[in-house]
Design a protein around this ligand. Structure first.
Ligand SMILES: [Zn+2]
Length: 396
């Protein structure tokens, strides 16, 4: 339902910050048409300018944006699927709390990466969603996983994702039940990894499920956990509702997944507002965001930094969006993938060196990315200033 007279909205029900974006671009997103590079940069820049305005007003009232002081101090770690239709947080939510997204296909947690980076009394949300492609792939490939020949027939990055979904979940044929069961088991993995590996039992881990048709739902009990859990949870439920309404008011539907680009970034390096969707004022079903660790790509990376590489589940997620050379099941996000897909890939960071090094790595190691981005022409280097949230598109 769209509350047309809601004070947080324009008269037509759209998000206040999106009224400055040319209507033609908003219609192009709603109709799931691919963007060429120049108009995409124009579209994203207009959304970014609007969000810079929101941040200027916030700074005038509350002072400069403060990045979290240490990796272990976040209020909330929000583990979502990479699906572009997943809940998009309201830009104000990222100004209010110290929130970090982790986005991997299938919202998998089994490797435990980054889970400890939440302060005592903080919260981890592990959120699944309606018609999850990773859960469906796990279901469809169950016979080969069972026959133990999946490591031969599947790309290893995709294998890493779907083998993190346990067999009893993979076998479920009902899509919504499978997505909810996966969120619950991935939250359970996260809770146990925190306790057993990191000796942390003072972080609440909450499984959740988002359906754009029936709403946002919390799964399982969280009795006995401390604030600010309740405030964050209420805020996320509110964002799920409001941001979905904003998207619907622009004429979007969530029936098929769409992305104008795939965005690869390291959220720890982006400061307070570390979600590209918020930085560009995006709504649901337009940006396929993938998180990874970029530290080893610094030109002055310490010797002990791990080898320069993009984490396997992140790479699998990127491939899933639009780089499946066979054009089969995994390249299916419209806009960036499929037969008329643009395969545009944004790399967003605070350092020109890191952006260049990540780009060089992707072009060097993955011939399919080199080919589909036309030798890197369709890789967008995006320099980000965390103090002002300004995003600058550098020459490709
Ligand atoms: Zn998914």
């Amino acid at each position: 339902m769209i509350h047309r007279n809601h004070p947080q909205k324009e008269k037509d029900g759209t998000a206040p910050w999106r009224s400055v974006i040319p209507e033609g671009f908003r219609k192009q997103v709603a109709s799931k048409e691919p963007f060429q590079v120049a108009p995409l940069i124009e579209y994203l820049s207009s959304g970014n300018a609007a969000i810079q305005g929101v941040v200027v007003a916030h700074i005038a009232e509350k002072g400069p944006l403060q990045a979290v002081q240490a990796r272990s101090k976040y209020d909330l770690k929000y583990v979502q699927c990479t699906d572009s239709r997943q809940v998009t947080l309201h830009p104000n939510r990222l100004l209010e709390y110290d929130i970090l997204n982790k986005r991997y296909a299938g919202n998998v947690t089994a490797r435990g990466t980054g889970l400890r980076n939440v302060r005592p009394g903080g919260t981890i949300i592990v959120e699944g969603h309606e018609t999850c492609g990773a859960c469906k792939a796990a279901h469809d490939h169950q016979p080969s996983l069972k026959a133990r020949d999946a490591t031969v027939t599947l790309d290893h990055a995709i294998y890493a994702i779907i083998s993190s979904i346990p067999e009893y979940v993979r076998c479920m044929s009902n899509d919504a039940e499978r997505g909810k069961a996966n969120a619950v088991i991935q939250a359970t993995y996260a809770r146990e990894i925190l306790k057993l590996k990191y000796k942390k039992d003072n972080v609440a881990v909450c499984p959740a499920f988002y359906s754009w048709t029936s709403g946002h739902e919390w799964l399982g009990s969280t009795a006995g956990v401390d604030l600010p859990l309740d405030a964050i949870r209420a805020g996320i439920s509110e964002d799920a509702r409001l941001m979905t309404e904003y998207a619907l008011a622009e004429g979007r539907d969530f029936g098929t997944q769409y992305a104008a680009l795939t965005m690869l970034y390291d959220p720890y390096r982006l400061g307070k507002v570390n979600d590209p969707r918020a930085v560009f004022g995006a709504l649901g079903n337009e940006m396929f965001c993938v998180t990874s660790d970029f530290r080893a790509f610094q030109s002055d990376a310490p010797k002990q930094a791990s080898e320069k590489r993009i984490a396997t589940p992140a790479l699998g997620s990127v491939m899933y969006a639009g780089y499946d050379s066979s054009g089969g099941h995994f390249g299916h996000v419209s806009g960036v993938g499929g037969s008329d897909g643009t395969h545009i890939l944004g790399i967003m960071d605070t350092s020109r060196d890191v952006i260049e090094n990540v780009k060089a790595y992707l072009l060097d190691k993955f011939p399919v990315i080199k080919e589909l981005t036309k030798n890197g022409e369709r890789i967008l280097p995006i320099l980000y200033d965390p103090a002002t949230v300004k995003a600058t598109f550098l020459p490709s």
